[in-house]
Design a protein around this ligand. Structure first.
Ligand SMILES: [Zn+2]
Length: 434
């Protein structure tokens, strides 16, 4: 007889610690670079009682609507503008958390739909939440699952109660509702949850867009009520962002925000954009929304990750963005560099001794040549995907850091012009996808 095995102990995650700054705000002097700008600065936003997210603005650009701010989460500070790599299934594909930390990434996005189906929220909760499950010490934002339900599953049925769908994995039937979306995100232990909204595939008749706006507003109220209920039972310790809808109809977007803006959300997202409408129209809607969103709350543009779009959105007042584009492209052998887009397996690089991007200081660019990366991709070696992904995340985070420094210096307009002049990619607007 052998003695029963003691239960396995999980190794403790290293807690995230900040020295407290003035007013009890966490301050990280090593990560906060650059002096404050001389232009007028908004007073520090105070979160209402019980809220877990604080947002403060450090600088407003002089020549554009760009802002430099900081989100203070339970898992550290997020410098904005911020690009969030997408960790769809509890991993940013091919990258370990220390590689993301090495890229100075403050925050990732997790997909509620995927994690709900597999491994399931009960498993993640049992394992101590998503941070611990994937060993990620910094902030996490989760989407509500709505976008994936609408884009990945067939046989979806939208009812007032929620969206009924069949799993793309095994065909099983599920209902995702505003309440369920809050419960799942709470179970994952996210820092920032997203409201459950209704999307409309564009182009769509205006009546359909109107209906989706009305339902999005009703669902937003239900999500907030569910978070309040979770808080009464000791949960719900997450920030919650409302999502503005209305497609590319300026009147509908304004009508949606007239109602959402009156609700006690911790931040607001621009939804239903970058779904094929074209860059110019998309940016018009961004400018419109940001003109109405409150200055003291973070603004998140969903599904945008092309460097040009990111730089233009920041100029219009966006603080946060996410997209699979940079990392997905990288796994397929195409990376963004400071001068545009580079197709790694191109024969022209067979004996190229330069790094992917001579201006990048990521570990891939510091150590490897284009010739070696090309060889890895041509040979189908896994390391190629990983090294290209390291560069992709680092490149986007570094781009945001440079943008932030330009805002703080009050010269974002010049920075944008310099960036666009160098970036010669003639790609059309990239479509957001899961
Ligand atoms: Zn690099």
């Amino acid at each position: 007889m052998t003695a029963p095995r003691p239960p396995r102990r999980l190794p403790a995650l290293e807690p995230w610690k900040h020295p407290a700054g003035p007013g009890g705000l966490p301050v990280s002097p090593t990560r906060w670079r650059g002096a404050l700008a001389t232009q007028p600065v908004q007073p520090t936003a105070r979160a209402p009682e019980g809220h877990v997210l604080l947002f403060s603005l450090d600088a407003l650009d002089r020549g554009t609507a760009a802002r430099a701010g900081r989100l203070h989460t339970a898992h550290g500070e997020v410098q904005t503008p911020a690009f969030m790599p997408v960790g769809t299934q509890g991993t940013v594909k091919s990258l370990a958390p220390d590689e993301l930390v090495g890229a100075d990434c403050d925050i990732l996005l997790g997909n509620t739909y995927h994690l709900y189906l597999r491994p399931g929220v009960d498993v993640v909760r049992h394992m101590g939440g998503l941070h611990r499950f994937m060993d990620w010490p910094r902030a996490i934002l989760t989407d509500s699952g709505g976008f994936q339900v609408m884009s990945l599953t067939e046989l979806t049925r939208v009812r007032e109660e929620g969206v009924e769908f069949r799993s793309h994995l095994d065909g099983s039937r599920h209902l995702l509702s505003p309440e369920r979306a809050m419960q799942i995100q709470d179970g994952l232990g996210t820092d920032i949850a997203m409201s459950f909204d209704q999307l409309v595939r564009l182009p769509a008749p205006i009546e359909q867009v109107r209906d989706a706006v009305d339902r999005t507003v009703r669902w937003a109220e239900r999500g907030l009520a569910e978070r309040a209920r979770l808080r009464e039972t000791g949960g719900g310790a997450m920030a919650l962002f409302g999502i503005n809808q209305g497609g590319t109809d300026a009147i509908e977007r304004a009508r949606c925000f007239a109602q959402l803006g009156a609700m006690p959300f911790d931040g607001f997202a621009l939804g239903g954009l970058w779904v094929g409408e074209g860059r110019e129209l998309g940016l018009d809607m961004v400018e419109r929304d940001c003109g109405e969103f409150p200055a003291d709350k973070p603004r998140y543009l969903m599904g945008v990750g092309h460097p040009v779009d990111v730089i233009e959105a920041v100029a219009r007042g966006v603080d946060m963005m996410d997209c699979v584009l940079p990392t997905r492209n990288a796994r397929r052998g195409t990376v963004f560099i400071s001068t545009g887009r580079l197709v790694v397996r191109n024969a022209a690089y067979a004996q190229d001794e330069r790094p992917l991007d001579p201006d990048c200081d990521c570990s891939t660019c510091r150590r490897y040549t284009r010739a070696y990366l090309r060889h890895l991709f041509v040979s189908g070696e896994l390391l190629g995907m990983r090294l290209a992904s390291v560069h992709a995340v680092h490149h986007m985070v570094a781009l945001m850091r440079r943008a932030r420094a330009a805002i703080v210096a009050g010269r974002y307009a010049e920075f944008r012009t310099e960036f666009l002049d160098r970036f010669d990619s003639r790609e059309t607007l990239a479509t957001a996808s899961a």
